[in-house]
Design a protein around this ligand. Structure first.
Ligand SMILES: Cc1cc2nc3c(=O)[nH]c(=O)nc-3n(C[C@H](O)[C@H](O)[C@H](O)COP(=O)(O)OP(=O)(O)OC[C@H]3O[C@@H](n4cnc5c(N)ncnc54)[C@H](O)[C@@H]3O)c2cc1C
Length: 432
């Protein structure tokens, strides 16, 4: 019999486990995978100096709660230089123009009083807004929020923009030892306070009444006064855990209405940093990629790529979000890798076979087909804020919910998941 059983050992579950066990609660964490961390998944490649991230990579902005852990754990972070190259119709465009167009559209969006999809909002704009600006904004929103522009609500995007602004969201950082260093530290802390971790344990049923829950995982039964559920939204939608009695109608509606987004992230290690020596003949002279940070090429299957700068490694990371990602992610790994090489060939004007010759290793995790993720991260549909609030609400002071999908403003991020775990722990402690 535990005070609290936490389902899921991603960053939200680990944070809650640490806080609850530090406050003297008897806590167990049940995790379906054979590892903790969930969508934080760092791989250490013996060929390279830097860790390879298969899930989350960036610290977006300066989120206080995450930086506190980093400081306490004495982990090193490095700022990512925001050097963006932007292509329009296959030609290099000024990146400043790109950001000012995005800013202009986001400013117009903020003034809209009624919620609508991002696509509807773009369609309603006057003729003075160019088709190119709309296309760029669509790619940006789909890429960043892993969302379909026809589904994501503009109020949700504005709330996320505002939340990001409050934490210097235009800056980003990387953990030198990889995101897993935060996970390991939280795990260590939670264990030192007595939390029991049980891996390879898929919870499939919760039989509950106020103040008492029986947790069924294959042939094991656990019991607790309270349960904190941190599994991804997609798995709640798939009813991968059955609730007896069923969850309240309001909660079920919230679960069905919120959206799970798709993102494809692939990491290529090459024999050398060939892009640093390339020269591109452009209208305004010769350009080079010697200090390349990020490159955006809207017509490529994988539209965004980045280097490991400020660290110099022969690594390029490719990214696409939204519907385009969802479609690619259902193809074979080989087809995905080919689409990624094709993208680089468009950007650098090198043949796919030249690139293939330089390619040493590929690192990729398909979060879409991963049965314990079924997608990348959540986003808010039109009028989605009320659903998000409903999702985060506890039921009968017995069932509690955390995870990135429940964090207002910081949805879809590591720090949002962490904040949700912290706040769920506080809410649980307040009910004792
Ligand atoms: C490709 C990709 C890139 C990303 N990049 C970034 C980034 O750069 N910066 C950023 O801030 N965020 C990023 N994110 C988002 C970030 O990774 C997530 O928001 C965050 O890690 C989610 O944490 P969580 O605790 O909510 O969920 P999870 O990490 O998914 O944890 C939930 C856990 O529940 C377990 N589980 C599921 N079902 C069961 C069950 N029935 N029984 C027991 N356990 C179960 C799962 O195995 C999992 O370990 C990225 C995500 C992806 C997929």
């Amino acid at each position: 019999m535990f005070d609290v059983v936490i389902i899921g050992a991603g960053i939200s579950g680990l944070t809650a486990a640490r806080d609850l066990s530090a406050a003297g609660q008897k806590v167990a964490v049940l995790e379906a995978r054979s590892r903790v961390g969930g969508r934080i998944y760092t791989h250490h490649d013996p060929e390279g100096r830097l860790p390879i991230e298969l899930g989350a990579e960036f610290i977006h902005g300066r989120p206080r709660q995450l930086l506190e852990i980093i400081k306490e754990a004495k982990l090193e972070i490095e700022e990512v230089p925001q050097r963006h190259w932007y292509f329009a119709n296959g030609h290099l465009a000024k990146s400043g123009e790109f950001w000012s167009m995005i800013d202009d559209l986001m400013g117009r969006m903020r003034k809209e009083t009624s919620d609508q999809s991002f696509r509807e909002f773009l369609d309603s704009l006057p003729g003075e807004v160019s088709a190119q600006a709309k296309q760029m904004a669509t790619r940006y929103v789909e890429g960043f929020h892993a969302a379909s522009s026809a589904q994501i609500g503009i109020h949700g995007v504005s709330v996320a923009n505002k939340a990001a602004e409050s934490i210097d969201g235009d800056r980003s950082f990387r953990l030198l030892e990889g995101y897993y260093s935060v996970i390991n530290w939280l795990l260590e802390k939670a264990e030192s306070h007595g939390t029991l971790f049980k891996l390879n344990t898929v919870v499939n049923e919760l039989r509950w009444k106020q103040g008492m829950v029986e947790i069924v995982a294959a042939h094991e039964h656990w019991s607790a006064s309270k349960v904190l559920i941190t599994i991804p939204l997609s798995l709640l939608q798939a009813e991968s855990i059955r609730f007896w009695p069923s969850l309240p109608e309001e909660k079920l509606t919230a679960i069905s209405k919120l959206m799970m987004g798709s993102a494809l992230r692939i990491v290529f290690r090459f024999s050398d940093r060939f892009w640093e020596d390339l020269k591109l003949e452009e209208k305004n002279g010769v350009e080079n990629f010697s200090k390349l940070g990020f490159v955006h090429y809207p017509e490529a299957p994988l539209q965004t790529w980045w280097t490991t700068l400020p660290e110099h490694e022969p690594i390029l990371v490719g990214w696409v979000g939204g519907q385009a990602a969802a479609e690619l992610l259902h193809r074979s790994d080989e087809e995905i890798s080919d689409a990624a090489l094709k993208s680089l060939s468009l950007i650098f004007r090198l043949s796919e076979s030249e690139l293939g010759d330089k390619l040493k290793s590929t690192f990729f995790h398909n979060w879409e087909t991963d049965p314990l993720a079924r997608g990348a991260y959540a986003y808010l549909p039109v009028n989605g804020m009320a659903y998000q609030q409903a999702l985060a609400q506890p039921v009968a002071e017995t069932l509690f919910f955390a995870g990135e999908a429940t964090c207002m403003g910081h949805i879809g991020t590591v720090h949002g998941a962490l904040m949700s775990g912290k706040s769920a722990a506080q809410t649980i402690l307040a009910t004792i």
